[in-house]
Design a protein around this ligand. Structure first.
Ligand code: FAD
Ligand code: SF4
Length: 512
């Protein structure tokens, strides 16, 4: 039967079984569409990264003799809408069967479901063969449980997939979790090998987007594009991580530094989320590296990394498919403020925010603690509407695809889901930021001033104001007892000063 197979931009799985079987009568379809560039405002590097990676994937298919209908952005046949493009190709080639890979986004899943219903030819959906779990596995795992604790899911995954497991299903090294040893500030002395990167010229795509008036933000050096856009590139990033960075991954996982945008983080999220790399091969490679080099690499570095991919990444996906679509509207704390303009420009005197936002605008990347404890923390403390927070996170990072962006942003970072992902909100005063970074040293504000003085760190007042405003939501939460206890013991006048200053910060964010 003449068959049309759809490949979406985040389905670049070079190892998928589709490409092994008989390819006669099969046409593959990929398209650079307005539908995808315009559903949210994206960082320029994100659009370029996906288009470049799609082009290289389609060339790979063609080099292997497969027939591909690839619609570039300016291709005259391109209708810029998935359904219209598919209908067009079905007519053009007299297609008798339509096949697709299950999308990871609810939005596209709905669109394809509706499309298939409208078809009068045969159709079939396939697995992307990427994740360890199926959409509903997390939901099933926690059936009947009060809380969905990631840790239990992660342990089960370790056992199920026999990853760092010994004897009678025991964790290798004796412990499941080495998180406690993952909390160092970067000392500035330990040398971080220079990242080799790629130097791709993507000016043609950048020019084209400009000419076509595609609205983007952020910065790009178009002759030195630095993200992996093919499987060979992605493997280089993985090897580089194993050879040079794994050794200190856990040690500095939570650290932040003005001179270091990546520290020991892997930068693998784009290659993973676009499916150029499989999470299993990433984990296997990292664990193998550790086995070869156990004298140099401590188990805590490896366990911390495996936990992120086997645990958090799969867990977040499961939460997404359990909770959507209502998750996308959740706003448990009823936060209503606007996201400050400086998220789009980086122009603020608060040094931690300035660095984290400018890193994001320069590289379409910030590491986890910058996302969670700087930009996320500030947005939550200033009681920003989660829709606006999500629009920013979904646009700014090259790895941002809704299933993993929304669960991290609304769930882990903004507590908008009321505690499904995080047992307590990730908020802190300036002290935590000072403990984990060197940002405060170069800041106009004084992190040590804690009485709402004019030059005191704004996070300090925002923190107490947030706890006071929102304490109703947390009064039965044991993990918040200590914070709320301190709040309630605070001198009333002092609290009032904090609240006034916090109001001022929230009303005039651009003044800070
Ligand atoms: P590393 O620190 O080297 O970690 C290795 C890998 O583990 C990552 O590549 C990623 O695949 C996985 N991982 C680590 N933490 C998480 C997590 N919390 N959830 C899921 N996977 C994880 N990650 C995205 O992939 N896309 C997003 O849109 C995204 N948005 C986020 C928004 C907020 C507010 C927060 C707090 C986190 C977000 N994360 C997101 C999770 C995490 O910050 C990124 O995966 C990570 O920073 C990517 O950089 P890396 O590849 O260098 O990661
Ligand atoms: Fe950020 Fe406050 Fe430190 Fe300045 S003093 S860098 S605003 S935490």
């Amino acid at each position: 039967k003449k068959t049309l197979r759809l490949i979406l931009g985040d389905q670049l799985n070079y190892k998928h079984s589709w490409y092994n079987g008989d390819q006669d009568h099969i046409i593959y379809h990929m398209a650079e569409m307005r539908q995808e560039t315009d559903y949210v405002k994206h960082h320029i590097q994100k659009v370029v990264g996906f288009f470049q990676a799609m082009r290289e994937f389609s060339s790979w298919l063609e080099d292997r003799g497969m027939q591909v209908e690839y619609f570039r952005f300016r291709e005259s046949e391109n209708k810029h809408n998935l359904v219209d493009n598919l209908n067009h190709i079905i007519d053009k080639h007299g297609i008798e069967k339509f096949e697709y890979l299950a999308p990871d986004e609810y939005r596209l899943d709905q669109q394809l479901r509706d499309f298939c219903k409208s078809l009068d030819i045969e159709w079939e959906g396939y697995d992307t063969e990427h994740f360890f779990t199926k959409r509903k596995d997390v939901e099933k795992f926690f059936e009947g449980k009060k809380r969905m604790t990631m840790e239990y899911f992660y342990r089960d995954m370790r056992k199920k997939h026999d990853i760092m497991i010994v004897g009678d299903k025991e964790p290798e090294g004796g412990k499941w979790n080495y998180d406690k040893s993952n909390r160092n500030k970067w000392d500035g002395d330990t040398e971080i090998p220079k990242e080799k990167g790629f130097r791709k010229d993507v000016s043609d795509i950048v020019e084209m987007l400009k000419e076509e008036d595609v609205s983007t933000f952020g910065r790009i050096d178009s002759s030195n594009f630095n993200w992996p856009t093919s499987r060979a590139d992605a493997l280089k990033v993985l090897n580089y991580f194993c050879d040079e960075l794994l050794v200190h991954f856990g040690d500095y996982q939570d650290a932040m530094h003005t001179n270091q945008e990546y520290l020991y983080h892997s930068r693998l999220s784009f290659a993973l989320n676009s499916k150029m790399l499989h999470p299993k091969e990433v984990i296997e490679k990292v664990v193998d590296k550790w086995r070869e080099d156990k004298r140099k690499i401590d188990i805590s570095q490896v366990e911390g990394f495996v936990r992120q991919i086997l645990g958090w990444r799969e867990f977040m996906r499961g939460i997404y498919w359990k909770e959507m679509p209502s998750y996308a509207r959740s706003n448990k704390l009823d936060n209503q403020n606007d996201l400050p303009d400086f998220y789009w420009t980086g122009e603020t005197d608060m040094n931690c925010l300035k660095h984290s936002i400018n890193n994001s605008l320069d590289n379409a990347y910030a590491h986890h603690i910058q996302r969670l404890m700087i930009t996320g923390n500030y947005a939550l403390l200033t009681q920003t509407h989660p829709d606006q927070v999500c629009d920013w996170y979904l646009g700014v990072y090259i790895d941002a695809i809704e299933w993993v962006e929304i669960t991290n942003t609304r769930g882990m970072s903004q507590w908008a889901d009321g505690g499904i992902v995080a047992t307590k909100p990730y908020v802190s005063s300036g002290s935590y930021i000072n403990k984990m970074s060197n940002y405060c040293k170069g800041c106009k504000y004084k992190v040590s001033k804690k009485n709402a003085e004019e030059d005191a760190c704004p996070f300090n007042s925002l923190y107490w104001n947030f706890l006071d405003d929102k304490q109703e939501f947390f009064k039965n939460n044991q993990r918040m007892n200590m914070m709320l206890g301190t709040l309630n013991k605070m001198d009333k006048e002092k609290l009032e000063r904090h609240k006034q200053r916090a109001q001022d910060v929230m009303k005039n964010p651009s003044q800070y």
